[in-house]
Design a protein around this ligand. Structure first.
Ligand SMILES: [Zn+2]
Length: 689
């Protein structure tokens, strides 16, 4: 995922920047909130200075008395956004990675404050009028697109409404933000416990059982946090235990979040109708690639048609296998689905995920991914051993262009890759500094929680961890390469929200290539390269169940759309949840499943959960253009860099897609991707060397 961006979504989208290599280190250093010491007071001082600069830039553009021009108006506007991005990005960074609670708390409070400044700016009529008065430069399409998009975002925020209406919009925005935080907190804090007997733990890994100590009566207490709950759903042999965990997990924020979600929907609906849209779904898609809820319905129908047959086939095989083990079984219960999928995967593919871990010790994987990215994108990474960062464990690299004759510096990346006390527990890519050509180099970070980083621990990763690493690195490269333009808010992270996950999902596909894997996946003890047969099995097991995965994405996309495409009074959370489940999922619905109450994407993505599905379609379509026998060496990677990554947000994303594919995206590659599990010879590592 891409961090932080969602905080700003639905008002103005803020981001990215760059500097010439000749600009002094001091100048770039002053853009680091942590440069003066990572403590709450220094952070506040630094953010306050940024916000003062925002005000100065805005005052400057609105004070123009003569003709408004790109130079005297758009430049000041973008300078203001740059300062706001710096403040928001780095306050968020300190909130996520700060080494002590007071710093993280300060970061959180400042993020809220910056958000509020952001909302004020999005409703500032003087700024809107000044921007609207600038004649659009016909000879500079990037600037023209930049201003047009800014004006659209202003109109979507309601800037052209009267004072009373704008006050009401502001109130509604605040209410949505506040209730979304409550929704998220209820999920995060909503830990439920269940009790299990010793024999019910059969099938769970030994280290799992060892982590749990029995109570005096011999029973064990398990909770709904994922380290406890996920293994139960995949490995526990006892169906009743799985069902109890399933219900607990899917009710951990129920009933608390029902009223919260209702109030969010009401505020969103009022916001949308005030702004002239029939439903919130239409409003939320107006500035996206998708364009409208009606386009989305068409898209979902097409993906459903393309995936249903494959999903049915996959499910029939799974059910057949489960029935061979349990002859009286009529259908698989939803709470047993994970368990049977795991059993089936083991039986059919003879693949144990544990068997590849010795080939993925953290440090060589990091080096392998950097080397892969360097070759693919024609860049160089140079370690900066003495860079000042927020924690001693963070490694820093400067990124140089390997194509330009002077090996121009493009930016800097920070890798904060292992868990620390109090650090954010998720995996994300976060912009730090936006790029502005000739002035400011982009910087970004990965904030992850991979194994390793501890003396004497090789940090053996799961293969899914390595895929996540590729994914997040895709975001980072998009940010660095895409943030070399003249506008700070025109970089990789500033593209339409429903395109953001395409470059990251595209890079995930590279993971399956033996040619790439074999350069770094070596046994941490013997140095032996990962065997091709093992990668074949890993890829075959990984390709299993894609049709059902797509149907699952359709379930969530449809639900997220449906609760936002009608009056909130017409939304029955439970009825829709069951209806969508029964439509897209073959296993039997478990009564009492209230999973919507802990579906946190409903706050961040609102009606736009489809983003993942749309971007998967685009990502595999992009990947289809690469020569599988020569992923890294062929010319396609450079063409991809030039047409998709480097333009950042300087063009509409639909144009980026067309520029690279030579046409609009189609579902053909997705169909091939879903079918790989049924086609002998494809999806195999050895076929793609
Ligand atoms: Zn992502």
């Amino acid at each position: 995922m891409a961090a932080y961006r969602t905080l700003f979504r639905s008002t103005i989208i803020v981001h990215c920047c760059l500097i010439l290599a000749s600009v002094s280190v001091r100048a770039q250093d002053s853009l680091h909130a942590w440069a003066g010491g990572a403590d709450p007071a220094a952070l506040e001082t630094w953010v306050t200075a940024r916000l003062a600069a925002v005000k100065a830039d805005i005052d400057k553009m609105t004070a123009v008395t003569g003709e408004h021009t790109v130079a005297n108006t758009v430049r000041s506007y973008d300078d203001a956004l740059n300062e706001l991005s710096l403040a928001g990005n780095e306050a968020y960074l300190m909130y996520a990675v700060g080494d002590a609670a007071p710093l993280r708390d300060k970061g959180q409070a400042l993020v809220a404050k910056i958000s509020s400044v952001q909302t004020d700016l999005s409703l500032n009529q003087a700024v809107y009028k000044a921007l609207a008065a600038v004649p659009l430069p016909a000879d500079d399409p990037a600037t023209k697109h930049y201003v047009e998009r800014a004006l659209l975002e202003y109109r979507l925020a309601g800037v052209d409404k009267d004072d009373a209406t704008r006050a009401k919009l502001r109130q509604l925005q605040d209410k949505i933000t506040e209730q979304s935080l409550v929704f998220g907190r209820n999920v995060a804090d909503g830990k439920l416990e269940i009790s299990a007997t010793k024999s019910e733990l059969d099938g769970l890994p030994e280290d799992y059982i060892a982590r749990h100590k029995p109570k005096a009566d011999g029973t064990y207490t398990l909770n709904t946090d994922s380290p406890d709950s996920t293994p139960v759903m995949s490995f526990a042999m006892n169906a009743d235990l799985r069902k109890r965990m399933y219900i607990a997990y899917n009710t951990r924020a129920y009933p608390k979040n029902v009223a919260v979600l209702k109030s969010i929907l009401e505020a969103r609906q009022e916001l949308a109708t005030t702004l002239g849209y029939k439903t919130f779904a239409d409003f939320a898609m107006a500035d996206q690639m998708m364009g409208s809820a009606s386009n989305l319905k068409t898209f979902l129908k097409e993906v459903d048609d393309a995936s249903q047959g494959i999903a049915n086939k996959e499910y029939a095989l799974l059910l057949q296998y489960a029935q061979s083990r349990q002859p009286d079984l009529k259908n698989i219960l939803a709470s047993d689905s994970g368990y049977w999928a795991e059993q089936y995967r083991r039986a059919k593919y003879d693949f144990d995920a544990q068997s590849v871990r010795p080939y993925f010790p953290y440090m060589p994987v990091q080096e392998g991914i950097l080397t892969t990215a360097a070759h693919l994108f024609h860049v160089e990474f140079k370690a900066v051993p003495n860079a000042k960062t927020w924690d001693a464990s963070v490694s820093t690299y400067d990124v140089f262009d390997a194509v330009s004759s002077d090996h121009k510096k493009l930016g800097r990346i920070y890798l904060d890759m292992h868990p620390r006390e109090g650090k954010d527990k998720w995996f994300s890519s976060a912009p730090i500094i936006p790029g502005i050509r000739g002035r400011q180099l982009p910087e970004g970070a990965l904030i992850c929680n991979f194994p390793g980083g501890v003396t004497n621990d090789p940090g053996l990763m799961e293969y899914s961890d390595v895929v996540v690493f590729f994914h997040e690195f895709g975001h980072l490269m998009h940010h660095i390469l895409g943030s070399q333009g003249q506008w700070s808010n025109g970089g990789g992270f500033a593209v339409e929200g429903d395109f953001v996950e395409a470059p990251s999902q595209m890079l995930e596909e590279m993971f399956r290539d033996y040619g790439i894997l074999s350069t770094f996946a070596k046994d941490y003890k013997t140095g032996k390269v990962i065997p091709v047969a093992l990668v074949d099995k890993m890829n075959a097991a990984g390709a299993y169940g894609r049709g059902r995965w797509v149907q699952g994405q359709l379930l969530y996309s449809t639900y997220s759309l449906q609760i936002h495409d009608r009056a909130p009074s017409d939304v029955d959370f439970d009825a829709l949840w069951r209806e969508d489940f029964e439509r897209f999922s073959k296993p039997t619905f478990v009564d009492g499943n209230r999973g919507y109450a802990s579906f946190t994407h409903l706050t961040g993505y609102s009606s736009n959960y489809y983003t993942y599905m749309l971007d998967k379609v685009i990502a595999v379509d992009f990947f289809s253009k690469f020569d599988r026998t020569n992923l890294i060496g062929g010319p396609t990677a450079m063409r991809y860099r030039k047409t998709v990554l480097e333009p950042g947000a300087s063009k509409p994303a639909t144009q980026l897609v067309k520029d690279f594919l030579g046409r609009e995206q189609s579902l053909d590659s997705l169909k091939v991707w879903m079918n790989e599990e049924f086609q002998a010879g494809t999806g195999k590592a050895s076929a793609g060397r």
